[in-house]
Write a protein of this length. Structure first.
Length: 355
């Protein structure tokens, strides 16, 4: 089966100077993949020519005359820029021309346009952003929501847990992935009312065998790998993610500067070079780039806006494996089975998207 991915080549801080080299590198690694490069045709062709890839038969250019910038208001992205590279790339998924879409563009715009074009799955009130983080068990910890929904009610977090569970089953082959609810303590009495009520919903699912709810977890459990999935609202998730990314880059910078401090430390770095390389790879945020927008009727993945080519390529790989593992079909089937027919509490106003 050929996996087709549409790319918003104009999105992000760097646009084609990052997305095109990443696409070329990716396509050279995956012989059963095809990429639809969406954006300004002249700009894309020039970048392909620069990298001697203008004749690559599995790269297809689709012209889009507009671009959603990183600071465009939602109204502009939705109403005024109907021929944006972001929207056209998403429309390829809707029309069945691609299995997944990847964009590094404005997060708020990407979520809004994706939701408008693809719509949400039956029973899903709000899509959520889910990504992976490394843990000390050498496996991934899936975490959601990471910024799509700042204000949540218990039934929203409940839905996030269901969607995360289905994603991990499909991507990791874990039959009953464990779910942790991020809290300020592991005791049942800890946390605000939203978290406490969510815990009751998840515990009820656990008791009837629908979900594998571990219980409350704390921030340090993310990297311990205590659970396969960590659920939280988008405000907490986004702050946590940005703090983690900042810490990883800080540690990398500190190690680099300290090992370059004098000839003796430089010699130590040379001796420990292979170990340092492995450490760098394990904590490098680029390796975990590519967040899934869960709950939509199509696969859309969000790359970090400032991602360099290697990081954007990781997002492409994640989209490729999601399509390869038929994640969308699993999500559709399992969400229909697990999602409550009616929300447990009244709907809240539309959430604000961060990121």
């Amino acid at each position: 089966m050929t996996i087709k991915i549409s790319i918003d080549c104009m999105g992000g801080d760097h646009g084609p100077s990052v997305t095109i080299p990443a696409a070329i590198s990716f396509i050279n690694r995956e012989p059963d993949a095809e990429l639809i490069l969406v954006g300004l045709e002249d700009v894309i062709r020039a970048e392909l020519k620069k990298h001697h890839a203008e004749s690559q038969p599995r790269l297809f250019i689709l012209h889009a005359s507009e671009q959603v910038t990183m600071d465009d208001p939602l109204e502009v992205a939705l109403r005024r820029k109907k021929d944006s590279s972001m929207r056209v790339a998403i429309e390829q998924v809707k029309e069945g021309r691609s299995h997944a879409c990847v964009s590094a563009g404005n997060t708020a715009a990407l979520m809004a346009v994706s939701r408008y074009v693809l719509k949400t799955m039956a029973g899903v009130d709000r899509p959520a952003i889910c990504s992976i983080l490394p843990n000390q068990k050498d496996g991934p910890t899936y975490m959601l929501d990471l910024g799509a929904n700042v204000d949540c009610e218990p039934h929203h977090l409940h839905q996030f847990a269901i969607m995360g569970s289905v994603l991990v089953q499909a991507m990791e082959g874990i039959e009953r992935p464990t779910i942790g609810l991020l809290n300020v303590g592991t005791e049942d009495i800890k946390g605000n009312e939203v978290v406490k009520l969510t815990a009751k919903l998840l515990q009820a699912d656990h008791e009837r065998g629908a979900l594998n709810f571990y219980g409350n977890v704390e921030g340090n459990d993310i990297f311990k790998g205590t659970t396969d999935i960590v659920v939280c609202d988008g405000f907490v998730g986004n702050v946590t993610l940005k703090a983690i990314e900042g810490l990883a880059r800080f540690l990398k910078g500190v190690l680099t500067s300290e090992f370059k401090r004098n000839p003796l430390t430089m010699l130590g770095a040379l001796i420990a070079r292979s170990a340092l390389r492995r450490i760098s790879n394990r904590i490098n945020p680029s390796r975990y780039n590519g967040a899934s927008l869960l709950g939509l009727r199509g696969l859309v993945l969000k790359s970090h806006g400032g991602a360099e080519a290697d990081a954007f390529e990781w997002a492409l790989r994640r989209a490729y494996h999601a399509a390869k593992n038929d994640v969308q079909e699993h999500l559709s089937t399992m969400i229909a089975e697990l999602m409550p027919r009616e929300p447990e509490v009244a709907q809240e106003p539309t959430a604000t998207i961060t990121g």
